[in-house]
Design a protein around this ligand. Structure first.
Ligand code: HEM
Length: 388
């Protein structure tokens, strides 16, 4: 279904799909328009989801930055921006490097390693858990919950559901509840025993003289924990895969680490971890030559927009040296990814160390990589690398 990965691009950049009931936006210019105009293209998409498809929505929506519109979005976003200042992120570099080295020590001397299990999953989840202040050792729990959610995220529509989708969605909601309960206990604890961590900051924070509710703190922490690791896991795996399949680029970055940041940006464009974001129209609107009614659900395929030939020269070529790369992998506008500087730093630090430590690193031709089984995500699930 991810036709853009096959080098195909539709003539009509905006298209209604009667089967899903959603409007697909594929074009870069059209995607940018939606992301830049939250008054018309609202992030509060849950209001369009039939109640039977979102039975527990009250539990998960409060405090979920991704689903909020101005002015509430601004308040919460300002608050968390204080926790993610450039300095806070930059100061994490030595810790990220130490963790990477520790994780790689465990496989040093082996013939091969599986990148996701050994590095790409544990690194970002430990970093975000430490920032929040929950025990990083609980990451096997998170992984169990998150894997079920990822395996179940095959649903093609946000507003229509098959029986099979319903079963998968019920299972995911159960896992989400586990995560919410888990975080809720930690938040309760911080109310009694404040610490130097992000959870305590969220508990104590005041927005316009008001504190966040328990639900808001928990959901916000939940978004950070989830958004803060699976995407970065994909970024690390995808970049390694891109390099391995492009020997000239691989050789260049091996010789010059200063090329890593541009390589990471190109990997984000070429294999965008978050393939889509959703929006709901507040009014009737014209987009890409189509008249979209009010209260329509949009699937904005940023992964497709990132291969739009009207914006990117030779979009099907992985080219870290491209001079114009306005990719949308981190979104755009008011919801632009808060964790982008952290994800970029983790990518640069971890991949740099990986290349330094293993001069012969390459994929194992006998074990093909596997991918996350979801149309909404583009990410390596397993990548076996030869170390010697
Ligand atoms: C928002 C992608 C890493 C936290 C977003 C959005 C995208 C995205 C596309 C915009 C969603 C929208 O407009 O509806 C990614 C990718 C990542 C990554 C590809 C890694 C390669 C992270 C990390 C964190 C994080 C490490 C946390 C530490 C968030 C949050 C938002 C967000 C809280 C919501 C911002 C808002 O609504 O104002 N991310 N993300 N992300 N991301 Fe990331």
């Amino acid at each position: 279904s991810q036709f853009w990965l096959r080098g195909e691009f539709p003539a009509d950049p905006v298209r209604f799909d009667p089967e899903t009931g959603m409007w697909n936006v594929y074009g870069h210019a059209e995607a940018l328009k939606t992301l830049s105009d939250p008054k018309v293209f609202s992030s509060d998409t849950v209001r369009l989801v039939p109640p039977e498809m979102a039975p527990d929505k009250d539990l998960f929506v409060d405090g979920n930055l991704l689903q909020m519109d101005p002015p509430d979005h601004k308040k919460l976003r300002t608050l968390v921006s204080h926790a993610f200042t450039p300095k806070v992120v930059a100061d994490l570099e030595p810790r990220i490097a130490a963790l990477t080295n520790e994780l790689l020590d465990a496989v040093d001397g082996e013939e091969s390693m599986e990148l996701v299990t050994s590095l790409a999953y544990p690194l970002p989840v430990i970093v975000i858990a430490e920032l929040l202040g929950v025990p990083a050792s609980d990451r096997t729990l998170f992984k169990q919950w998150v894997d079920t959610m990822l395996n179940n995220s095959q649903q093609r529509s946000l507003i229509k559901q098959t029986e099979e989708d319903k079963k998968a969605s019920d299972e995911s909601v159960e896992q989400l509840k586990n995560l919410v309960n888990y975080l809720s206990e930690h938040v309760d604890d911080r109310r009694r025993n404040p610490r130097e961590d992000l959870l305590t900051k969220l508990v104590e924070a005041e927005v316009d003289g008001e504190k966040l509710t328990q639900n808001e703190v928990v959901n916000f922490a939940n978004v950070l924990l989830l958004a803060g690791h699976i995407t970065t896991t994909m970024l690390l795996g995808n970049t390694m895969l891109c390099l391995d399949s492009h020997p000239d680029e691989y050789r260049r970055v091996r010789e010059d680490r200063a090329l890593l940041p541009a390589t990471i940006e190109e990997s984000l464009r070429f294999l965008s971890p978050f393939a889509l974001v959703a929006r709901a129209t507040m009014t009737e609107v014209e987009l890409g030559g189509q008249a979209i009614p009010a209260d329509s659900m949009l699937a904005i395929w940023i992964a497709a927009a990132n291969r739009d030939p009207r914006t990117f020269e030779d979009p099907g070529t992985f080219d870290p040296a491209r001079t114009h790369n306005p990719h949308l992998a981190f979104g755009r506008g008011i919801h632009f990814c808060i964790g982008a500087p952290l994800a970029r730093l983790e990518g640069k630090t971890a991949l740099g160390i990986l290349l330094d430590r293993f001069p012969d690193l390459r994929t194992d031709p006998g074990v093909p990589p596997s991918f996350i089984p979801s149309p909404n995500m583009t990410g390596v699930n397993e990548l076996r690398l030869l170390l010697k």
